[in-house]
Design a protein around this ligand. Structure first.
Ligand code: C2E
Ligand code: CA
Ligand code: CA
Ligand code: CA
Length: 276
């Protein structure tokens, strides 16, 4: 209906207005969420596909707003990106994720999602250095997850920032692989440690979609020749886990092995597995 004329305004403007209004109040709350300590992190385990031992935790941001209650990341992350509030919020996430990881009874990695707005910001490398220095987390225990979209926006700056971060000793994972408009060109220049295969392919493969299976096979083969690992995202059932293992993904993440959990639960899980 975008190309329609005047008459459409009567029906569309009120709802657009309501949307804009909701975004505005949400943004106001988001602006103070960190200071009001409304944010915290959950941690979801990623396991070795063969041994099923925990290899890392992905930090996932949670927001419980005084005014809006629990707000889904699917809603507030895009808003934070649009308003650039993701820059200070992301800085807090990095610190908090590193701080939690230093407490775990085993030296497993923590993976932190990084938006394009953060990565393409001139001070981003300094922010990473600061988070590591302030918490004492060794660089090789921090993994940053980026999506293909950062290379579309400003490939050169993204490359430079990622090179600098790799030089620090951190690793980089390519998130949601296959969902964007990838050119694959960046796979030549960035040594990703891991390619994360999007949940949609995992679910397709489990439903025996020949396309999804073929794509996962191809991604696994490509990753192997590039000496990168592959994580299957969104594995929810034992059937999916078996399928993914058969297809050769090296790591598995999903509700089947663990939902995103509170920091204290993540700690206990590591401690329990360690003593098992
Ligand atoms: P993502 O990076 O792809 O994270 C994985 C999402 O899939 C998480 O949703 C996780 O809870 C969900 N998930 C994990 N296993 C399963 C499963 O087996 N089945 C299903 N159906 N879902 C599963 P969540 O926590 O709602 O986060 C959504 C997105 O928000 C993330 O997608 C990421 O793009 C973004 N996000 C979350 N935290 C941060 C953050 O600290 N910074 C930035 N920049 N983005 C974040
Ligand atoms: Ca991620
Ligand atoms: Ca993902
Ligand atoms: Ca995502």
């Amino acid at each position: 209906a975008k190309d329609d004329g005047g008459g459409v305004h009567c029906t569309y403007v009120p709802s657009l207005h309501a949307d804009a209004e909701e975004r505005r109040t949400l943004e106001l709350s988001l602006r103070h969420a960190i200071a009001k300590e409304e944010m915290h992190l959950n941690f979801q385990p990623v396991v070795n596909a063969q041994s099923e031992g925990i290899v890392s935790f992905e930090a996932l941001l949670r927001w419980t707003s005084e005014e809006h209650g629990m707000v889904s990341p699917a809603k507030f992350i895009p808003l934070a990106e649009d308003t650039r509030l993701i820059v200070p919020i992301g800085k807090w996430v990095l610190h908090e994720a590193c701080r939690q990881a230093t407490r775990w009874p085993e030296e497993i990695k923590v993976a932190v999602n990084v938006s394009g707005e953060q990565l393409l910001e001139p001070n981003f490398t300094a922010t990473v250095v600061e988070a590591l220095a302030a918490t004492g987390l060794p660089a090789n225990r921090l993994e940053l997850e980026v999506t293909e979209s950062v290379f579309l926006r400003d490939g050169r700056t993204a490359n430079e920032a990622l090179e600098a971060i790799i030089a620090l000793g951190c690793s980089i994972a390519l998130d949601d692989f296959g969902t964007g408009y990838s050119s694959l060109g960046y796979l030549r220049s960035i040594r990703f440690s891991t390619i994360k295969v999007d949940r949609s392919f995992v679910q397709g493969a489990a439903q025996e979609s020949p396309e999804s299976i073929a794509i996962i096979r191809a991604v696994v083969a490509m990753a192997q020749s590039l000496e990168m690992q592959t994580t299957a995202e969104g594995v929810e059932t034992v059937e999916q886990a078996d399928m993914i293992r058969e297809l050769g993904c090296t790591k598995i993440q999903g509700y089947y092995f663990g939902r995103p959990m509170e920091a204290s639960e993540a700690y206990s899980l590591v401690a329990k597995r360690r003593n098992a």
